[in-house]
Design a protein around this ligand. Structure first.
Ligand SMILES: [Mg+2]
Length: 219
């Protein structure tokens, strides 16, 4: 359970938290290798290996999340490819129910994502949840990824908040660890970020499965 009475601000990650990570996994593990293979005349297996080795070089940095970086590296039109699979942009269980209940309770609700602004915009066009947030923040605005030192302190430049009365939901453990180091008090991980993959092993943060089950009772 979450101690909602001790919380004023609720921050949500987007991919793998509010939204099914299947979109992103399918995109990077299937669609991009398929197109890279066609464009560069290599096998899909070689294409995937190339993308994964490039990915390992920038893991945990803002480049890893940057459409500009991947367009330059792979010479592919990344936004156009994303538009081909918009049917895979889906909410995780109970996400909208929780957002609605938090707004009704008068909480400050924020989306704080590492997604590039173009990806953020694409996803918000296809699932209509923008209305629930006080702010939509892409870490690209602060030129730091959420798992980088000082991100949560820098975030106060964009939105003033009290970490001791803030909750953060995120499927990335490195992000939660960084938020913990910077004093965010209520931290929750996600049990099954990708609906097509098995649940994640238990980690140091409590995991949420269905957001509807933790929503404050508004009746
Ligand atoms: Mg995520």
């Amino acid at each position: 359970m979450v101690a909602w009475s001790e919380i004023d601000t609720v921050m949500f990650d987007m991919d793998g938290t509010l939204l099914d990570l299947h979109f992103d996994n399918f995109f990077w593990l299937k669609l991009v290798p398929e197109h890279f293979s066609k464009q560069h005349g290599v096998s899909e297996k070689q294409a995937l290996a190339h993308i994964q080795s490039k990915s390992a070089e920038v893991h945990g940095t803002l480049d890893w999340y940057s459409i500009d970086y991947w367009q330059a590296e792979l010479k592919l039109d990344i936004p156009r490819l994303k538009c081909q699979i918009t049917d895979k942009i889906r909410l995780r269980p109970g996400a909208e129910q929780l957002l609605k209940a938090l707004v009704a309770e008068g909480k400050q609700v924020l989306l704080v994502t590492n997604a590039h602004p173009i990806s953020l915009q694409l996803k918000m066009q296809h699932i209509r949840i923008e209305k629930y947030f006080e702010r939509l923040i892409s870490s690209h605005q602060l030129k730091k990824a959420k798992e980088n030192d000082g991100f949560w302190e820098s975030l106060k430049q964009l939105f003033s908040y009290d970490p001791t009365r803030t909750a953060l939901f995120d499927d990335n453990l490195n992000v939660l660890r960084q938020a913990h180091r910077e004093g965010i008090a209520h931290l929750r991980a996600i049990k099954q970020p990708d609906s097509q993959q098995p649940s994640l092993p238990v980690a140091e943060f409590p995991q949420v499965e269905d957001f509807g089950l933790i929503a404050p009772d508004t009746c």
